[in-house]
Write a protein that binds this ligand. Structure first.
Ligand SMILES: *[C@@H]1O[C@H](CO)[C@@H](O)[C@H](O)[C@H]1NC(C)=O
Ligand SMILES: [Zn+2]
Length: 295
């Protein structure tokens, strides 16, 4: 990420983060919200999930739906929240995988339904064909790798590579009425593993979308946190409404009114999970300094 931050300073102007006052109740609520992501299974927003079969990742009970936090993140995030920031500096540096190579293994007895392993392998091959990122199956001597599971509790993943983390979590399962195995969804989760966050959480999103807090179901407000530009940048690629990492207009909507409203005209469908965009590929290529990515 250090490389990334340096690149961004040259491009983006520094935006001051307004400081707001937060009560002890607010802070406690935020801590509970984060801690909940460790214990909650996919049923946190069961009713909403049933309405949104194309986005099982959004309702997998983790941070912003499908981001697995490390325990170490929580105290830092709560401290930032208590200090009044309204953008989160994602704590504890995650980085690119060494040699731009993601090391992975299917956990024993997982991905045994017909076609599941093939779907994951195909998504990896697609990424390899479009970027300079490689995927390598773990060998017995590997200590740090993505431990791929297929528990029926939604789709979710850790963000980036952390050397002290040990096994990295990645799960693709099925929840009733939906499943995680469509290709753009698999790539979405693999993009988390490579270090990417959701599009709507980017620091400059307010220039591109309006977040309608009055339409968000109670308990999901913090899923719309912005992430601080010092750690999470766009690598000089413009905001992408149709990214496979963007959520749809009705994300966590309690009333069928939009929670995310585009401020500009869109070419395509916001929140689509039919294809991966050129901007998605470009951001992966730039993040890994792939040949030609910055030309
Ligand atoms: C991978 O996940 C499986 C299933 O949860 C677990 O049994 C196994 O111990 C994990 N492997 C590692 C190295 O953590
Ligand atoms: Zn996600």
């Amino acid at each position: 990420m250090i490389r990334l931050v340096l690149g961004l300073c040259a491009i983006g102007a520094v935006v001051a983060t307004p400081v707001v006052t937060r009560s002890k109740e607010d802070v406690d609520r935020y801590r509970d919200f984060l801690l909940n992501t460790f214990t909650n299974k996919a049923d946190k927003f069961k009713n909403l999930a049933a309405q949104s079969p194309d986005h099982p990742e959004m309702y997998s009970g983790k941070y912003q739906g499908d981001i697995v936090l490390d325990k170490e993140d929580v105290d830092d995030m709560v401290a930032q929240y208590a200090s009044g920031r309204n953008a989160v500096i994602f704590p504890g540096l995650s980085t690119q995988w060494p040699d731009n190579t993601v090391v992975w293994a299917f956990a024993d007895t997982h991905y045994e339904e017909p076609g599941q392993k093939e779907a994951v392998l195909e998504a990896m091959k697609l990424i390899e064909s479009k970027t300079c990122v490689k995927f390598r199956q773990a060998e017995p001597s590997d200590r740090f790798f993505v431990n791929m599971t297929s528990y029926p509790s939604g789709c979710y993943a850790h963000v980036g590579y952390r050397v002290w983390r040990g096994p990295h979590i990645f799960n693709l399962g099925s929840t009733p009425g939906s499943d995680c195995f469509r290709q753009p969804t698999i790539v979405h989760e693999l993009m988390h593993i490579m270090g990417f966050f959701h599009m709507h959480a980017t620091y400059d999103r307010d220039n591109y979308v309006r977040v309608n807090y009055e339409n968000i179901v109670s308990g999901a407000e913090s899923d719309f946190d912005k992430l601080n530009e010092y750690l999470v940048g766009n690598l000089g690629v413009e905001y992408d409404y149709v990214s496979c990492l963007h959520y749809p207009a009705l994300a966590w909507s309690k009333n069928f009114e939009p929670t995310i409203e585009p401020l500009r005209e869109i070419d395509g469908v916001m929140g689509q999970r039919e294809y991966i965009t050129e901007k998605d590929w470009l951001r992966i290529n730039r993040y890994h300094n792939c040949p030609g990515a910055w030309e």
